[in-house]
Design a protein around this ligand. Structure first.
Ligand code: SIN
Ligand code: FE
Length: 309
């Protein structure tokens, strides 16, 4: 497991690449590798846009956390940025909208097996220095964890993330751990209970709650046993001081101007330092996997000995 480094020419040639090559990249991601472009294949539209983003940190009082853009609604969410400055708000929205579109267009050609099998999720701008950030333990990103969203259960869809370090001079420093299929059997079921297969009745009730809109208001109603396990595992890893201090890990330094792709539900990761990153999340349908046996769902099903969903 590790880093697969791709020169920029590969990104430029993607349209001429064979399906076989694209399947190999998907497989490498699904196995728990990170695909790294030392030079990002995507650029902000203008140098002024970059300067605008780098300048946002200075107005820290309006920037409480990572800023997120939701393409489905064309809205900035999760921050009260610039409520007093609607021009800055509109500009930020335009930059993130365009970035989201560019990443989606690029990955549509680059990871062809996933084409139209994903839901474009949030685009985030991470303007805050990661080193020494004060966050509640379960929200800390400097502790090794797999991603599981408390408010957006995925029902088995995979969390694929495309990051870009837009800091002009500094790397973004990560550590990564052993992938899910090696990690889960170390702790489940001895330290953390495995998910229980759901009855047909339970699945029907959950689907009905989602259809009626109740699931949106109460994420717990939408969570399958898979989602509940992934959330518990996320919390368990962050709270486990032995794993945090002694678990297997590899350090990775993402240079300024680089971008990388990773399944963050499979690869435990933590960011130790770095400032100014863009990130686009995709929720990829389980049917699109080229190596489904590596997915957390398949690993859990083999540990449980039954289908979960
Ligand atoms: C995370 O997904 O845990 C944080 C990664 C980053 O912002 O570099
Ligand atoms: Fe994470």
């Amino acid at each position: 497991m590790g880093l697969v480094t791709l020169p920029l020419e590969i990104a430029r040639e993607t349209t001429r690449k064979s399906t076989e090559q694209a399947r190999l990249w998907c497989k490498q991601l699904e196995e728990g590798n990170i695909l790294l472009f030392p030079q990002a294949p995507i650029a902000l539209e203008t140098a002024e846009d970059l300067q605008f983003l780098l300048g946002l940190e200075q107005s820290r009082s309006v920037l409480h956390k990572n800023l997120a853009y939701q393409s489905a609604t064309d809205r900035i969410v999760g921050a009260n940025l610039c409520s007093a400055n609607s021009a800055a708000h509109a500009r930020l929205r335009g930059i993130l909208r365009s970035y989201s579109q560019q990443v989606t267009e690029f990955l549509t050609k680059f990871l062809t097996p996933y084409q139209s099998h994903w839901q474009v999720d949030y685009t985030s701008f991470r303007a805050i220095e990661e080193q020494g950030r004060h966050l509640p333990l379960r929200k800390r990103n400097d502790l090794l964890h797999i991603d599981a969203f408390p408010t957006r259960p995925t029902q088995g869809a995979r969390i694929l993330r495309f990051f870009q370090n837009i800091h002009p001079t500094r790397p973004r420093e990560w550590i990564i751990g052993e992938p899910f299929r090696a990690l889960a059997p170390q702790f489940a079921p001895t330290h953390i209970a495995l998910p229980r297969p759901e009855s047909a009745w339970m699945q029907r009730s959950r689907n009905a709650a989602c259809r009626s809109g109740m699931g949106k208001a109460i994420p717990a109603l939408q969570r399958s046993s898979y989602d509940r396990f992934m959330l518990r595992f996320h919390n368990f890893l962050k709270e486990n001081s032995v794993y945090q201090s002694q678990g297997a890990r590899t350090a990775i330094s993402f240079p300024p101007g680089s971008s990388w792709m990773i399944y963050t539900d499979t690869v435990p990761h933590a960011v130790l330092s770095g400032q100014y990153a863009l990130e686009q999340t995709f929720l990829v349908a389980p049917q699109a996997m080229v190596a489904p046996e590596h997915s957390p769902l398949a690993v859990l099903e083999s540990l449980v000995g039954q289908r979960l969903l």
